[in-house]
Ligand binder design. Structure first.
Ligand code: IVH
Length: 696
C-alpha cells in the first residue's frame, strides 16, 4: 500500500513561486527581445506568463512594479511630470563634414588637446552608430527601474516611465551585481518594419473614419510621438526599441559601485546587465580606423533594420575623457560624424507620367533640385495612381523626399500646411503619354498600362525582343544588345522596320561585321514563314502566353477572325476568361496595333491559316434570357457574357419569346411580368448548371 510521503517538501509558497516566475520570465524576455535567441517556445513563455498573472490576481498584495506583467498599465495623463536630471544630459558636437575629413578633424583636435605629438601612438576610440531616435535616461534604484525621462533641455526632461515600461528590450529589473543607483542613457527608436506596419494600421484607421488619427512621416517622428503619448495604452501599441550608449548617475566606486577604466568596458557591462548595445560598436585606433568605420557603416546603412544618421566617436579611456573635459555643453571627447541626410524638403514643379518598357505607367513628381542621400534629386516616384492619391501630392506642394542607398527617390509625405496653391488632385491619364493608345487598369491591379504594345515608343525594344524570341516568331541572333543598337541608332522603330533592313543600314552600325549583317538578314528572311500561334504570341498581347495563343489559333483558325472577335466570342475559347478577352479586344482596338500587323503581313510575314475548330454544340443555343435583380456571385455583365459564350441570347425585356428569366434579389417588374406570361424563372445556380450541361 502506498503511503503518503510525509517528508515531501511542500510546494513553494505563492510569493516564492511568483519570484521564480518573474526571474524566469525576465531571463526569457531578455533572450528573446535583446539577444534574439529564444530558448523556449513562445507558448511556454505564455504559459509561465499566465501563471504569474493568475498568482498576481489572487494575491494583489504581492504585486510588484518590476514584474514582467507590469509593462502596460496606468491611466492616461494630462501632462508629464518634470524630471531634473541628476547628471545633465549633454549633446555632442556634430561634424557636418560628411567626408572622411570629419573623422580626421576630430582626431587632430583630441591629439592637440592631449598634447600628443607625431611620434605618439594613436588614441583609442570607441566607434558607435548614431541612432536616429530620442535620448532617454533610465534610472534604476536597487536594481529596479524607477524612472524613465526624456532629455528635454538637458537639465530637465519629462517623466515618461509608463510608456517606456512597454518597451520589452528595456529591463525592468537588473541582476544582483548591478549598482544601487544606475542611470543608463541611450536612444529609443522605431525599427523601419515596425514603422511601416504602424503606418499601415494608421491608414486603416483613417480609412475607417477614426477621428484624430494620422500617419507618421518617419520612424523618428513616430518614436517621438509614442514616447510622448499621454495614454500608455496607446503607447503600448507603438512598437519601440532601445540601444544603450552611456550612463548618467552611477553609485561611485568608493561607495561600492563599479569601477570602469574605459567606455567600451562600460558598454560591455551594460550589455551583461541586460541592455541592448549595438553589435557594430567597436574600438578603433586613431583617425584611420575611424574613417574605415564611417565608410563601412555608411555602406551598410540601408541594410540596417533601423535608421542611423551618422556614427559617434568617443575617446575610450575614461581618464582621458576627464582630462579633455567640456566646452560649454559639449564634451571634447566625443563627436557625431554625420552621413548625408536621406530626407529633404523640396517643392513639386510638375507631375509627369512615365511609360516603362513593358507599358507600365508611373506617375513621377518633378522636383526643384535637392541634395538628398548624397546626390541631387529632381524626380521622385509616386509609384501608381492609388499611392499618388493616398499621399495627395499636387503641383506646387512642399514635400519630403527620401532617397536611401540605391533605392529610387520617393515622396514620403506632403506638408499640407505649406500648401498655398489650389492645384487639383492628381488623376492618371486615360491615354498613354508616349503613343496616345488607351491606358487601362485591370481589375485587381495597381498599375495602368499602355495598350499600344506594338507601336509605343517606350515599349519598342521590349516588343521587338519579344517578337524575335525563340518561342515566338524567332529571329535567330536578334538579342537585347542588337535590339538596343538598332533602336538607339534609329534604324528600327517598329516591328515592320526589321523586315525593311538592308545591308547598307546595317553596315553603318558600330561593331557590325559584314558577316553578322548577312546572318541577321538571313534570320529575318527565315522568320517570315511562321505559324499563327507563334505570330499571336509574338505580338506581346498582355495575358496572351504561348498556350493561349495556341488555343486562339485553334479556335479561330485565321488571324482576322481573332482580330475581329467580340469579347463574348473570345470567351468561348477554352482558357480565355474575361480579363484575357478584354485585353485581346483592347489590343486590337488600337488602330496603331492593327496597322503594325498589316505592315508585317505586307512585308511577307506569313503562316498557314486554317478553318475555325468545329464548334462544340452550344448548351444555350437558341435560348433567350432576361437577367434581373442582384445575383449572388455574378454581376449582370458577367452573367450576360456567360450566356452569350454558351450560345444564348440576352434580352432587355420580358416577352413571350423569352425562354428564361434569371432572377436575383430585389428583382422587380421583370419578375412580375415573367410570372404573368408564364415564363420560366430560374436562379443563378440553375443558370450555372445549364451552362455546364451538355447541349440538348
Ligand atoms: S552620446 C555626452 N552616442 O545623438 C554624449 N549619442 O547630441 C552624449 N545619439 O541626443 C550622447 N546615438 O540622442 C551618443 N551612440 C550614441 C548616439 C547618440 C544617437 C543621439 C543622442 C543625442 C544626440 C547627440
Amino acid at each position: 500500500m502506498a503511503t503518503p510521503d510525509l517528508f515531501a517538501s511542500p510546494g513553494p509558497s505563492p510569493a516564492e513561486r511568483m519570484a521564480q516566475l518573474r526571474t524566469q520570465l525576465h531571463r526569457h524576455a531578455h533572450l528573446y527581445y535583446v539577444l534574439d535567441e529564444p530558448s523556449i517556445p513562445d507558448a511556454e513563455y505564455d504559459r509561465l506568463f499566465q501563471e504569474l498573472q493568475a498568482l498576481e490576481a489572487a494575491h494583489p498584495e504581492l504585486a510588484s512594479p518590476d514584474s514582467p506583467t507590469a509593462r502596460v498599465g496606468g491611466k492616461a495623463l494630462d501632462q508629464f511630470a518634470s524630471v531634473r536630471h541628476a547628471v545633465p544630459m549633454l549633446s555632442i558636437r556634430t561634424e557636418t563634414d560628411t567626408e572622411a575629413s570629419g573623422a580626421q578633424n576630430f582626431d587632430t583636435r583630441v591629439r592637440k588637446e592631449l598634447g600628443l605629438g607625431e611620434g605618439d601612438p594613436p588614441v583609442e576610440y570607441v566607434a558607435e552608430l548614431k541612432f536616429d531616435g530620442l535620448a532617454l535616461n533610465l534610472r534604476y534604484e536597487q536594481g529596479v527601474l524607477v524612472q524613465a525621462a526624456t532629455r528635454g533641455d538637458g537639465e530637465t526632461g519629462e517623466d515618461v516611465t509608463q510608456n517606456i515600461r512597454t518597451i520589452r528590450q528595456i529591463p525592468l529589473r537588473l541582476p544582483e551585481d548591478a549598482p544601487r543607483v544606475l542611470e543608463v542613457r541611450g536612444e529609443v527608436y522605431m525599427r523601419r518594419d515596425d514603422f511601416e506596419s504602424l503606418n499601415e494600421r494608421q491608414r486603416e484607421k483613417i480609412a475607417r473614419g477614426v477621428k484624430g488619427e494620422k500617419t507618421f512621416v518617419n520612424p523618428r517622428n513616430a518614436a517621438a510621438g509614442a514616447v510622448r503619448q499621454l495614454d500608455p495604452a496607446i503607447a503600448a501599441q507603438r512598437p519601440l526599441s532601445f540601444f544603450a550608449y552611456g550612463v548618467g548617475e552611477v553609485t561611485p566606486a568608493e561607495a561600492g559601485g563599479p569601477d570602469f577604466d574605459t567606455h567600451f568596458q562600460l558598454l560591455l557591462t551594460l550589455k551583461s546587465w541586460g541592455f541592448p548595445v549595438a553589435a557594430q560598436t567597436q574600438t578603433a585606433q586613431g583617425a584611420s580606423e575611424l574613417i574605415a568605420f564611417h565608410e563601412q557603416m555608411g555602406r551598410g546603412r540601408d541594410q540596417l533594420p533601423y535608421d542611423i544618421d551618422g556614427v559617434v566617436y568617443k575617446v575610450n579611456s575614461l581618464a582621458l575623457q576627464k582630462k579633455l573635459g567640456f566646452v560649454t555643453r559639449e564634451p571634447r571627447w566625443a563627436v557625431a560624424h554625420k552621413y548625408p541626410a536621406q530626407e529633404q524638403m523640396t517643392t513639386v514643379q510638375a507631375i509627369d507620367v512615365q511609360v516603362g518598357r513593358t507599358g507600365k505607367l508611373t506617375p513621377v513628381a518633378k522636383l526643384a533640385p535637392v541634395f538628398v542621400g548624397g546626390v541631387t534629386v529632381t524626380n521622385a516616384t509616386l509609384h501608381n495612381e492609388d499611392e499618388a492619391r493616398r499621399k495627395d501630392v499636387r503641383i506646387g506642394d512642399t514635400v519630403i523626399v527620401r532617397r536611401a542607398g540605391d533605392v529610387i527617390p520617393e515622396v514620403v509625405s506632403v506638408l499640407l500646411d505649406k500648401r498655398t496653391q489650389d492645384a487639383p488632385q492628381f488623376t492618371m491619364p486615360r491615354t498613354c503619354p508616349v503613343c496616345g493608345s488607351a491606358a487601362v487598369r485591370e481589375e485587381g491591379e495597381a498599375d495602368y498600362r499602355c495598350t499600344g504594345g506594338l507601336f509605343c515608343g517606350a515599349q519598342r525594344k521590349e516588343a521587338i525582343l519579344h517578337f524575335a524570341h525563340r518561342r515566338a516568331v524567332e529571329v535567330e541572333g536578334l538579342g537585347d544588345k542588337l535590339v538596343e543598337q538598332l533602336v538607339d541608332a534609329g534604324v528600327v522603330r517598329t516591328l515592320p522596320d526589321l523586315y525593311k533592313l538592308g545591308l547598307t543600314a546595317l553596315a553603318g552600325l558600330e561593331r557590325m561585321a559584314d558577316k553578322s549583317a548577312q546572318n541577321l538578314l538571313q534570320a529575318l528572311e527565315k522568320s517570315k514563314s511562321t505559324t499563327l500561334p507563334r505570330f499571336l504570341f509574338g505580338l506581346g498581347i498582355r495575358h496572351v502566353g504561348e498556350a493561349t495563343a495556341k488555343e486562339l489559333a485553334r479556335h479561330f483558325g485565321k488571324l482576322d477572325a481573332v482580330m475581329d472577335a467580340s469579347e463574348a466570342q473570345l470567351l468561348e475559347v477554352s482558357d480565355v476568361g474575361p480579363i484575357v478577352a478584354q485585353s485581346i479586344r483592347t489590343f486590337f482596338d488600337q488602330p496603331h496595333n492593327r496597322e503594325v500587323v498589316e505592315q508585317l503581313r505586307a512585308c511577307g510575314v506569313n503562316w498557314p491559316e486554317g478553318e475555325p475548330a468545329a464548334r462544340a454544340p452550344q448548351p444555350l443555343s437558341g435560348k433567350t434570357f432576361v437577367i434581373t435583380g442582384t445575383l449572388p456571385t455574378l454581376s449582370r455583365d458577367e452573367a450576360k457574357d456567360r450566356v452569350e459564350a454558351a450560345g444564348g441570347k440576352v434580352a432587355g425585356s420580358v416577352s413571350k419569346k423569352t425562354d428564361y428569366v434569371v432572377a436575383g434579389t430585389e428583382a422587380g417588374r421583370k419578375l412580375t411580368r415573367a410570372q404573368e406570361l408564364g415564363v420560366a424563372v430560374i436562379d443563378e445556380a440553375a443558370l450555372l448548371a445549364m451552362l455546364t450541361a451538355p447541349a440538348a
